[in-house]
Structure formats: structure tokens, C-alpha cells
Design a protein around this ligand. Structure first.
Ligand SMILES: *Cc1c(COP(=O)(O)O)cnc(C)c1O
Length: 235
């Protein structure tokens, strides 16, 4: 068994335990394997261990990995990095999901550039849930307006919300941030949207995120190991 296969098994067990503690079904939580900075061979090893959904942060890196792994049936590619408007086309053409929509202009470009034959691009709206000043994401108070506009675009399927909370001081603080994201999802659904996805939780906080209602955890280092530091500004 490869290290990646063993790590995947450990992460799946963590997810199962967290679901059990939360009284949730394990099928309610999707594991997204975040493969940024790791090569196609690492993704192949995870694929061979049954993993199908992969997340990439950097558009060029993601697109070349998608091409290198085009022989693998059933792959699902998620773009989880910040998205500039001049980079939307390759994302619309090659990815299945985008988690980081935080303004209408990006969503409009993704919809216009999505090849209709590929079906709608699944998107989440990134919410700056803890109000950190340097972070991307729409303010919670603006999420409903943006969600309504995105939901109206023809070649997108608005699926839910995504958050990257700053590392919290303690477990209770992390729980409060996760709960705020879940409450916002509920508010948007009460306002008439039909959102089934809460993309929240990473290697370090997936248990707390699942306890709060996350439906998709984005896990990188716990599966692939530590990452080499990225060049600043690489996208
Ligand atoms: C890198 C990254 C992850 C994975 O983080 P780990 O701590 O390695 O699990 C999840 N989400 C986003 C948006 C990321 O950039």
C-alpha cells in the first residue's frame, strides 16, 4: 500500500468518525483531495486508491494536470484558488467545479465561457466568514444578493458556499466560525435558493467543520504530505 493510499484511508476514517459523532451519514460529506503542488503521479496514486474528486489552486498547474490525467475515467476537478478575471476561460473549459466565486463579473465570465456541451459548471460562492481584511470572499451580508445573481446565469449551477476561516484560537472559536457559515447557508435556502453544498474544513479542522454541517472537506497535506512553499503570486 502506498503512503498516499494509507493517508487516504486515515482521512476517510477521520471523516467517518466525525460523521458518526455528528449523527450524520458518511455519504453526506465529500472528500476533495487537494493536489496542488503535487505531480500527476501523486494524483494517480490517490485515484488508484479510489479517490475521484481533486482540488487545484493554480489555473495553469491544474489545467496541465487535467491534461496529463485525461486517461482516467470519472475524474472530477475543482478549482479552489483565487480566480482573476483574465484566467476564467481555461477554468470554464476544463474544470467541473469552482469554489471561489466572490463577484458577479467572475461568474458572468465563467458562464459565458463554459462550453454548453460540458453541462453547467458547478460553483460555490466564497464567503469571508470571519471578516479578515486581506481575505477574498464576499461579506456575509452581500452573499444573498450575489447568490441570486449567480443562480440566474445560464451555464452555471450554483451549489453552495465555501469558506476558508483563519486558524482559530481554539476549538470553540473554530466551531463558532463554522456554525456561522452553516447558518448563512440556511438563510440563503430560506430565502428561496437551493444550495446543497457547504465547502468547509481542511486537514486541520475537518472534524469541527463536519460537526457544523460541512458537506465537502478540502484535504491536502493529510493525504499528500507537506507542501514545498509556493512562489509568491503564482497562480
Ligand atoms: C491548500 C488548500 C486546502 C488544503 O489545505 P491542507 O491544510 O493541506 O489540507 C484547502 N482549501 C484551500 C482553499 C487550499 O488552498
Amino acid at each position: 500500500m502506498t503512503t498516499i493510499a494509507r493517508n487516504l484511508q486515515d482521512v476517510r476514517e477521520r471523516i467517518a468518525t466525525a460523521c458518526q459523532l455528528a449523527g450524520r451519514g458518511v455519504q453526506d460529506v465529500t472528500l476533495l483531495a487537494v493536489s496542488k503542488t503535487f505531480g500527476p503521479d501523486a494524483v494517480r496514486a490517490a485515484y488508484d486508491a479510489g479517490q475521484r474528486a481533486f482540488g487545484e489552486n493554480y489555473v495553469q498547474e491544474g489545467v496541465s494536470k487535467i491534461a496529463a490525467l485525461a486517461d482516467l475515467p470519472g475524474m472530477q476537478w475543482h478549482c479552489i484558488g483565487p480566480l482573476q478575471s483574465n484566467k476564467t476561460r481555461p477554468v470554464a473549459e476544463h474544470f467541473d467545479w469552482v469554489h471561489t466565486v466572490d463577484r458577479l463579473k467572475i461568474a458572468e465570465r465563467l458562464s459565458a465561457q463554459r462550453p454548453p456541451a460540458r453541462g453547467p459548471l458547478n460553483v460555490c460562492i466564497q464567503v469571508n466568514i470571519d471578516g479578515g481584511p486581506t481575505k477574498s470572499g464576499v461579506a456575509p451580508a452581500e452573499a444573498l444578493t450575489l447568490a441570486r445573481a449567480v443562480a440566474a446565469l445560464p451555464h452555471l449551477a450554483l451549489r453552495g458556499l465555501m469558506t476558508i476561516p483563519d486558524p482559530a484560537a481554539d476549538v470553540e472559536a473554530a466551531r463558532a466560525l463554522h456554525a456561522r457559515a452553516k447558518a448563512l447557508l440556511n438563510e440563503l435556502n430560506a430565502a428561496g435558493l437551493r444550495l446543497d453544498t457547504l465547502s468547509m474544513g481542511m486537514s486541520a479542522d475537518l472534524e469541527a467543520a463536519i460537526a457544523a454541517g460541512s458537506t465537502l472537506v478540502r484535504v491536502g497535506s493529510a493525504i499528500f504530505g507537506p507542501r514545498a512553499p509556493q512562489e509568491p503570486g503564482s497562480v
